[in-house]
Write a protein that binds this ligand. Sequence first.
Ligand code: URA
Length: 249
Amino acid sequence: MSPSVPTMRLDRLLANLGYGSRKEVQSLIEGGRVILDGEVEDDPSQRLYIKADLTSRMSVSGEPLDPPPGLMVLMLHKPLGVTCSHKETGQLVYSLLPERWRRRDPVISTVGRLDKETSGLLLMTDDGGLLHRIISPKRHVPKRYHVWLDRPMNGDEAERLAAGTLMLEGEEKPLLPVEMETISTTEVRVVLHEGRYHQVRRMFAALGNHVTTLHRDRIGGLDLPADLPAGAFRSLSDAEIAAVLGGSA
Ligand code: URA
């Protein structure tokens, strides 16, 4: 085994995944509820390599182990009306995940944010390094939004967005060029290469229009799957994580 793969005691692993306090998980383990590679593993001090395959090799009380700490990467189809925050009032995106996952260490965070009134593809992870690689301004991971507008466009919007000179109110640096595909006079797709606060809504305000509905359907080369309904989530495969960073599926 490569020396770079971390190891952890079984009781600490389960406690870090939120299955209970150290004492509670010790009694789960000693009670024979943990199966590893088809055999009961009843030694809380057993050290294990922390790798993604533990999910398929281990079960706890008859259910597959949750994704190991530091290795969880999810896509969520964010519905309207939920907030990307750990602490604000109202419904939070974390409430859409299993309750146990709120006790994980390291914690799960959203990769960037979507506004409360924006739906679509939201990544979540407990891997801080991956999170920073995706949101790093140096990497310019493109994000695509489907935008519905209040009023018909003038006709010069694509050109003004592509120019890289559009200024948002209260800012001093122009936006990076934005690609725009027209679907109808009041419906477009835009691809952003940076992530400023409320960027899409403020961008169309700067163009004299108003966004009525906003939905993110792609990050890098990863599309929101058509079969993932609003409010649902699933883990990303290694190929999907590579697609996010590489920009192509
Ligand atoms: N731009 C916005 O205005 N809102 C979002 O949620 C994302 C991008």
